[in-house]
Design a protein around this ligand. Structure first.
Ligand SMILES: [Fe+2]
Ligand SMILES: [Fe+2]
Length: 490
């Protein structure tokens, strides 16, 4: 700011900013003709900028001011109306340095862009479900609403010639990448560009002007064609020995200043984290898929085995085989009503299908004996849950099939066999199977009697509910038949 004598057009006083802007001290400035500050002469002499015989600039004027050291600084200047202080007429000349304003404006634009790029990258980090998806989204976030013509990510391949292959790209010039050759091998003529250097050194690499950068010559023609003048390469480090590079191309020279570089550095760190966590996720997913496949194979094999067991029992004792199948249907119907999921019901079905398999060690004549069993015969008969358990216990079912089988004659009050378990010591599946077992056994024909009426069987389990049988399982079973139209399996 200069206080100027309007008649003599000479400086009366100047502030410290005026000293900085011109390079002259206040003492040197005082008395100086304002027109001596180059190149203001033309303005001062121009009669159209004159009022009452003195230069006057009510509007802002853009010009440059030559600093004492010869530097030219872009400025905007205005002057005030005349006024008087202590009887002395003066005008104020106000200069504003534009390079600062320009810098600020640019900085603001960079920050705005950075915010949007961060926002996009953050979304990508949350939403992406593959490394490629993440990198693509980040390239898009960088080029969206920005002056960058192109952003791409390459992987350093460990192949002959050490090529860099593109895995993501965005921006108006992304099509131009097709067929572009880039290497990270020092020996190759295409190995010393931005990408190659960033990968090899692990450090950021900037080409401020493609016209003057020697190492950039292999791609100069390409860059001219798509209007790229400067670019930056940021090394990316992922899991294991994965190495890559993020390259951003701009359509003006010296496009990469502090603010933007900071953004890219942060993004590179975020990308590293993102790639790592995605890799973990991919590993887990692959492991899960593999386990599921193994589980399915195992389940398939075990199901085939259970079917073989059922078939074996069937040839020897058709009553037991039919009983096991029907008990399984009833038990699963109860389990489903209890809200058990498909996997749990599968385990229940497996166990129910073979629950009396231990009877294989009981002579057929005892199994089909119409009369009451002798104490010795009964002693053989009650061994069947334990025998079945012994046969199945080492088979790696993913459900407690052997235990369910072993517990299907246990009773809540501890009066069951073979272990005399009580209440919560008995598996819920075994409690459900016990109910289904009784209903099926009572209602179907046996060698020694005809099947009883369903209502008698239901009355019987209701009588035992909460005493020997689980009350909830009984309640569900009774409701199934009486209210939900469930029919005894054929
Ligand atoms: Fe049984
Ligand atoms: Fe049974």
């Amino acid at each position: 700011m200069f206080a100027v004598d309007p008649a003599a057009i000479c400086v009366i006083d100047a502030n410290p900013a005026a000293e900085r802007l011109t390079g002259y001290s206040r003492l040197e400035l005082v008395g100086m003709n304002i027109g001596d500050l180059r190149p203001l002469q033309e303005f001062v002499k121009d009669p159209k900028h004159s009022r009452e015989g003195a230069p006057h600039f009510a509007r802002s004027h853009h010009s440059t001011l030559e600093h004492r050291n010869g530097d030219r600084v872009p400025i905007v200047f205005t002057s005030s109306d005349r006024f008087s202080v202590g009887g002395r007429e003066l005008v104020l000349w106000v200069f504003r340095e534009m390079s600062d304003l320009e810098r600020h404006r640019h900085r603001l634009a960079t920050l705005q862009w950075a915010l949007s790029a961060y926002g996009g990258a953050a979304m990508a980090l949350v939403q992406a479900d593959s490394s490629e998806g993440l990198l693509q989204a980040i390239c898009e976030a960088i080029t969206r609403e920005s002056t960058y013509a192109l952003a791409w990510v390459g992987t350093a391949e460990d192949l002959p010639g050490k090529p860099v292959s593109f895995i993501a790209a965005a921006g108006r010039a992304k099509e131009s990448l097709e067929g572009l050759r880039i290497s990270w091998d020092e020996e190759q003529d295409t190995g010393n560009g931005t990408a190659g250097l960033a990968i090899r050194t692990g450090k950021m690499h900037i080409v401020d002007n493609i016209e003057t950068s020697e190492e950039y010559s292999p791609w100069r023609e390409w860059a001219r064609r798509i209007g790229v003048q400067s670019l930056i390469g940021i090394p990316l480090v992922g899991r294991g020995d994965w190495r890559g590079v993020l390259v951003v191309c701009a359509s003006r020279v010296h496009a990469f200043e502090e603010g933007a570089i900071e953004v890219f550095e942060h993004l590179a760190t975020e990308i590293g984290h993102g790639l790592n966590s995605l890799h973990q996720k991919e590993l887990l997913e692959a492991e899960y898929q593999q386990r599921m496949k193994a589980q399915q194979q195992l389940t398939g094999a075990l199901t085939a085995m259970v079917s073989a067991m059922v078939a074996a029992v069937e040839t020897r004792d058709p009553y037991t085989a039919g009983h096991e199948n029907r008990s399984a249907d009833i038990a699963c119907a109860i389990g489903r009503e209890l809200g058990w999921d498909a996997d749990r019901l599968m385990g229940l079905r497996m166990a129910a299908m073979v629950h009396d398999f231990g009877k294989i060690s009981v002579p057929t004549k005892i199994l089909s004996k119409p009369e009451k069993l002798t104490p010795e015969e009964w002693a053989l008969m009650v061994k069947h849950p334990e025998t079945g358990y012994e046969i199945l216990k080492d088979i790696p079912f993913s459900w407690p099939v052997a235990d369910i089988m072993r517990q299907h004659h246990e009773k809540l009050d501890g009066s069951g066999y073979p272990l005399g378990l009580k209440e919560d010591e008995i598996l819920p599946e075994a409690k459900v199977l016990a109910v289904a077992d009784i209903v099926e056994a009572m209602t179907s024909d046996r060698p020694y009697r005809l099947g009883l009426d369903l209502q008698i069987a239901l009355a019987e389990i209701e009588r035992q509910a909460g005493v020997t049988l689980d009350a909830e399982a009984v309640g569900v079973c009774v409701r199934l038949f009486r209210e939900k139209g469930y029919k005894l399996p054929e």
